[in-house]
Write a protein that binds this ligand. Structure first.
Ligand code: ADP
Length: 467
């Protein structure tokens, strides 16, 4: 990265530009004000001098006599605009004709005029009535040397201090920008150093400003990545473990069967066991496939308007036989006619997983209830049971993959620990969520919240066409 591209450089340049503009602005205004003020004073003294001359002037012997001062320029013009008398250096002005004319008309005015020889002179031309019939113009002039040198000094001071100020501002700005941006470099260094393996590292910038917030945002992101990474690792480990067990069972069973010649019944028994394990494995693999698809976002949803109450009623009929077999009672209602936009097959799978659990974890004599009601813009599907319940400390984990509250308790029932995580994924794909409440020994209630079909909502990111 070249220096010109760094924020530090750009910040410093901007800083300098702003300061330069301010300096030019203030310096210019101060210069103009000072110069105006000095000229105003000069003009006032010229006018005062002109009045003095007017008071003392006398016309005697064809010339005007007045109280004269050394080093001054006084020009007296007659009514015909002819220079009648001069006091001071013999200089000629090219541009004061109009001013003299105005004075002879009775209007006093100032003019800055250049002499033919060079120096620039400030002049005041005033009318003077010698008698009722004769008016002359008295022009008093002064070379504003003092003003010019004062303004030159002022310009030099302003210019020198501007250069010094800009230099100091540049150095200071560079240093300050560097200091302010130091944490950014630190953040970049640490972020560069964080690899897949050490997601436990965090950025230790703890300032209470935008950079501190950036660091904590990045830390939050790394934290989520770490969590996802650990989850993924655990998932792979769990999946391998889950698949290893039936494989080990099959291997042991087949080795035993092959050890010596067996009777037909014995072979049949061994094959039945193998078939059962294969069935279990293919169930797990099938469910893993669903989860992998929903995770990757490649699951193609066949979105349509789904009547939730209709779907739940249909499912209740499906599980009725199973429930009766276990001595369970089904009680469904109220069933509001609500429509959601979603994939009917997936939603069916969601409800079935939860209904299946309700049947599985409820002892004989229990009741399984279901209802569909509207809450704001949501369809709330409630599926409850009066089963064994789930301890409070287990509740946060039941949607985790392969999580079973009690493996011994449920292994016999053949649960894979994937049913609820699939249900949660499907709900998420539909922009919904699942809530659960449970009391050990009393039962469990699942509430599935799904956005109602209606005006277009943000589509779940998972609805993507299969490549
Ligand atoms: P499984 O296939 O083992 O049922 P799930 O993901 O569907 O896996 O459920 C996770 C765990 O949550 C289950 O092992 C079970 O212990 C508990 N669970 C789920 N639903 C219920 C319920 N209705 N009553 C009691 N426990 C339940």
């Amino acid at each position: 990265m070249t220096v010109q591209k760094t924020i530090k450089f750009r910040l410093t340049v901007w800083y300098l530009v702003v300061i330069a503009v301010l300096l030019i602005g203030f310096g210019g205004v101060a210069y103009v004000l000072l110069s105006k003020n000095l000229y105003r004073n000069l003009d006032a003294s010229l006018r005062a001098r002109s009045e003095e001359i007017q008071k003392s002037i006398k016309f005697e012997g064809g010339t005007f006599l007045f109280d004269q001062k050394v080093d001054e320029l006084v020009l007296i013009y007659n009514a015909d605009r002819e220079l009648k008398q001069r006091l001071g250096p013999n200089v000629e002005f090219e541009t004061i004709g109009e001013t003299v004319k105005q004075a002879l008309f009775g209007n006093a005015s100032f003019v800055s005029a250049e002499t033919v020889e060079g120096p620039y002179v400030r002049l005041y031309a005033a009318p003077f009535n010698v008698d009722t019939a004769t008016r002359i113009a008295i022009v008093v002039g002064r070379v504003p040397n003092e003003i010019l040198s004062m303004l030159a000094i002022f310009r030099m001071v302003i210019l020198n201090s501007a250069v010094l100020l800009l230099f100091l501002a540049g150095v200071g700005g560079w240093f300050m920008a560097g200091r302010t941006l130091k944490p950014v470099e630190r953040i970049a260094d640490i972020a560069r150093g964080i690899g897949e393996g050490d997601l436990s590292r965090r950025i230790d910038v703890e300032t209470d400003d935008e950079l501190g917030r950036l660091a904590s945002t990045l830390n939050g992101m790394i934290g989520r990545l770490e969590e996802a990474f650990v989850k993924q690792q655990r998932f792979v480990a769990d999946a391998s473990h889950e698949l290893r067990t039936p494989l080990a069972v099959m291997q042991a069973e087949t080795s035993l069967a092959l050890e010596k010649p067996r009777s037909q019944e014995e072979y049949r028994g061994a094959l039945e066991l193998v078939s059962q394990e294969v069935g279990y494995m293919s169930e797990i693999v099938g469910k893993l496939l669903v989860l992998a698809r929903t995770d990757s976002g490649n699951e193609l949803l066949n979105v349509q308007e789904v009547d939730v109450a209709g779907l739940l009623t249909e499912l209740s009929q499906d599980v009725e036989a199973l429930a009766q077999e276990k001595g369970l009672h089904l009680s469904f209602g109220p069933m509001d006619g609500l429509t959601v936009s979603g994939d009917r097959v997936r939603l069916r799978q969601l409800f079935l997983n939860i209904l299946d659990n309700a049947v599985r974890y409820s002892p004989a004599g229990g009741t399984i209830s279901g209802s569909v009601v509207r809450k704001d813009a949501l369809a709330v599907v409630t599926i409850g049971d009066t089963g064994i319940g789930i301890a409070e400390e287990q509740l946060p984990f039941i949607f985790d993959r392969f999580y079973r509250v009690d493996r011994v308790r449920t292994d016999g029932e053949g649960g894979t620990g994937l049913g609820l995580s699939i249900a949660a994924s499907i709900a998420k794909m539909h922009g919904g969520a699942i809530e659960v409440e449970s009391q050990v020994g009393e039962g469990t209630t699942f509430r599935i919240l799904l956005p109602l079909a209606g005006p277009p909502r943000k589509p779940p990111t998972t609805i993507l066409p299969n490549p």
